[in-house]
Design a protein around this ligand. Structure first.
Ligand code: SIN
Length: 292
């Protein structure tokens, strides 16, 4: 599937995704009110990936709720709805409306956008994450997972897993971009927001993404699925995410580069790898990384 943010903001983009070879789709992370996002240039393709500081441009909660409800009416409930309130109160307001709606799909709560000036990434504040989940699961009973930032310290993996294991979280998406990187061309930053600081995606982040998938696969309750995200360009990348423990993968940078044709290419490349190894199903190799 796409990662939230990649080609999933407008009706046309969502239509294209739903008519692609993707297994499912996720909507752009939304806030209650529509947002323009950060000033441009705010997304730049790099040799080994991308840098972005989009700032959550989106058409507002009502637009995406209408979209997922329309999908529900046409019998499509296998859909992900991304929510990224700028405050806990905003998340509670949106999720209360989702809870009270006919939506039967899955919410991905984005706790990791690195691009809003003045707003910390919730996923790096363990106490706050616990408070957010506590307040949300007090009333929210539909399937919900969280999109996490990348972690780099083994103790942080353990701290986050301990929090997540207390709640009926259905999945985690690992990882959002590696936030606040700086890419320079000649003498200039390549994006405008935040003095050129932005989230890095693509091949640069694949080893970090795989490590996050792997650690959470080991530390989380077995009923919490992992969605791998980071550096997926080929069927081999998909294979490696699944080998580390992912049940699904999301694609952002390479979807931006290649468009929705990427999904059928990845599926056939993955199928080729599986048949060369005589694997019939993802379960045959999911989580079975050989550790030396
Ligand atoms: C953005 O809109 O800035 C990207 C979304 C994210 O990183 O969560």
């Amino acid at each position: 599937m796409n990662a939230s943010g990649a080609k999933c903001m407008t009706s046309e983009e969502l239509y294209n995704l739903s008519n692609s070879g993707a297994g499912t789709l996720i909507t752009k992370s939304c806030t209650i009110s529509p947002r323009e996002g950060n000033p441009s240039p705010r997304y730049v393709d790099l040799k080994l990936g991308s840098i972005n500081s989009m700032g959550l441009p989106n058409l507002g909660f009502d637009f995406y709720l209408d979209y997922v409800l329309e999908q529900h009416e046409s019998g499509n409930d296998d859909i992900f709805f991304s929510i990224a309130g700028l405050t806990l109160e905003e998340n509670i307001e949106m999720l209360t409306r989702v809870q009270n709606s006919d939506f039967r799909g899955i919410v991905e709560l984005n706790l990791s956008c690195p691009n809003i000036p003045g707003k910390p990434q919730t996923g790096y504040d363990f106490e706050r994450t616990n408070e957010v989940l506590n307040k949300i699961f007090y009333f929210y009973t539909k399937p919900l997972g969280v999109k996490l930032p990348p972690y780099f310290d083994l103790v942080h993996f353990e701290m986050m897993a301990e929090i997540l294991n207390q709640y009926p979280v259905q999945f985690v998406t690992c990882i959002n971009s590696i936030g606040n990187a700086l890419y320079i061309d000649d003498e200039s930053a390549v994006i405008k927001p935040k003095g050129g600081f932005g989230g890095i995606g693509g091949a640069y982040v694949k080893p970090t993404a795989l490590a996050n998938v792997r650690m959470f696969y080991k530390l989380l309750r077995k009923d919490i699925s992992i969605i791998g995200c980071g550096g997926v360009e080929t069927g081999k990348d998909v294979f490696e995410h699944i080998l580390c423990g992912a049940s699904m993968v999301q694609i952002a940078t390479q979807l931006m580069k290649e468009d929705t044709r990427i999904f059928s290419r990845l599926i056939s490349e993955l199928e080729e790898i599986m048949s060369s190894k005589n694997y019939k199903a993802l379960e045959d190799f999911k989580g079975k990384l050989i550790e030396l």
